[in-house]
Design a binder for this molecule. Sequence first.
Ligand SMILES: NC(=O)C[C@H](N)C(=O)O
Length: 495
Amino acid sequence: MMLTELTIAGAQGGLRRREFSATELVGAHVAAIERLNGRLNAFITVTSDLALDAARRADAILAGGEDAPALTGIPLGIKDLFCTDGVRTTAASRMLEAFVPPYESTVTANLLADGAVFVGKTNLDEFAMGSANITSAFGSVENPWKRAGDEETVLVPGGSSGGSAAAVAARLAMGATGTDTGGSIRQPASYCGIAGIKPTYGRCSRWGTIAFASSLDQAGPMARTVEDCAILLQSMAGFDVRDSTSVDIAVPDYRAACGRSLKGMKVGIPAEYRVAGMPAEVEAAWEQGIAWLRDAGCEIVEVSLPYTKYGLATYYIVAPAECSSNLARYDGVRFGRRVPGESLDALYEATRREGFGAEVRRRILMGTYVLSAGYYDAYYLRAQKVRNLIRKDFENAFRTVDVLLTPTAPSPAFAQGEKMDDPVQMYLNDVFTVPASMAGVPAMSVPAGLSASGLPLGLQVIGRSFDEESVFAAASALERAAGFTHRPAVRAEVV
Ligand SMILES: NC(=O)C[C@H](N)C(=O)O
């Protein structure tokens, strides 16, 4: 049996039926990481020994009988933005190169309590700022997919959770955690041919997740199937007194929502997402998705989200503003890197100049500018007002429909080196994902098919606040209709 090909749902059964042990399952993934991570660079830190120890403990628990927690023995990658007790957590930044947290984030603590085994910390854009995983201080990540007939060109995995997406696609982990501020789970999932959900803002605790833009950051799972994402989110989600923005409402049975009948579900197609210049194949994948949902019994309704066109512009005001404030803590005094200087100001400057990469500095500068006296009203305050209008757009749409369907990204994965010198081109990758982030509503990317060049294209399902169940139901119907069994060129079994 090819253990690295299993889904989480499949492995849960196999472990309980003793078809293989957790040590074998984790061992197969650790071996795959050892063979492939040198090339893909999906992990910043590999924790093989810790993982194999945890796998042995998992086997002892599984031997103990039926009530082993749900994720016992399941190997996962953890985005290196989640603090992990005793395991280095870098945010892919030189600033935190040697930071070993003395505590565990709530999301990873929840996964550990359910028995999950962490095989390592996955690469990302520095402080989660980027859409191609090229801003990491630990080097870029290679997308395991190749354009048809072109083994040479290295493609980006998307970002910022690019290491998580590449690791899951290449079968180095069965699932992974991601975080999504403006698309960081959904866009890399789309580029790497896997599923990923950004839950409703407030569904997962942000405690112990290194902050980028606190009013937008949300943790979520990435895995090869919709059901596996449901299984992971079940564990990750929940109220936490330590995060005042986490919401105290019950977490429903997400797995039961997968495969639920869609008869009578109303699906909105937002007119404003038909942007000029969208590649024909992305549009075609979208039309196909609409047809699949109609065939599954949904009623398709045209809706309007008029403020969508301001989504990107306002995101790139609000997110940098919050980032400039959150990242002020990296001053060389309290923790992280310190570069000595003759005065306190000199120490701050030297530390921040050396510790932050170009994209992080750009965001801090933009953020500081839009928050500064004289510009605050013109930019930040206005952006917040527009954000409210974007949120109202969604509220209005969800009065008549249950979910929305859109493409996840305007293109398939692009080549490393492309769009590097043009930040605005890079920001445009987020055009379809950012509005749901601004509104705080849940949104999921699911693989829908391949482009003419043989690369995965994702579709996005957006739902009402706290109604991830409808999102899972629609996404699993799309997954079934798409029958996406394609696998990337670079993966565990082919090396
Ligand atoms: N963090 C994210 O959601 C990624 C987004 N592309 C950004 O650069 O802000």
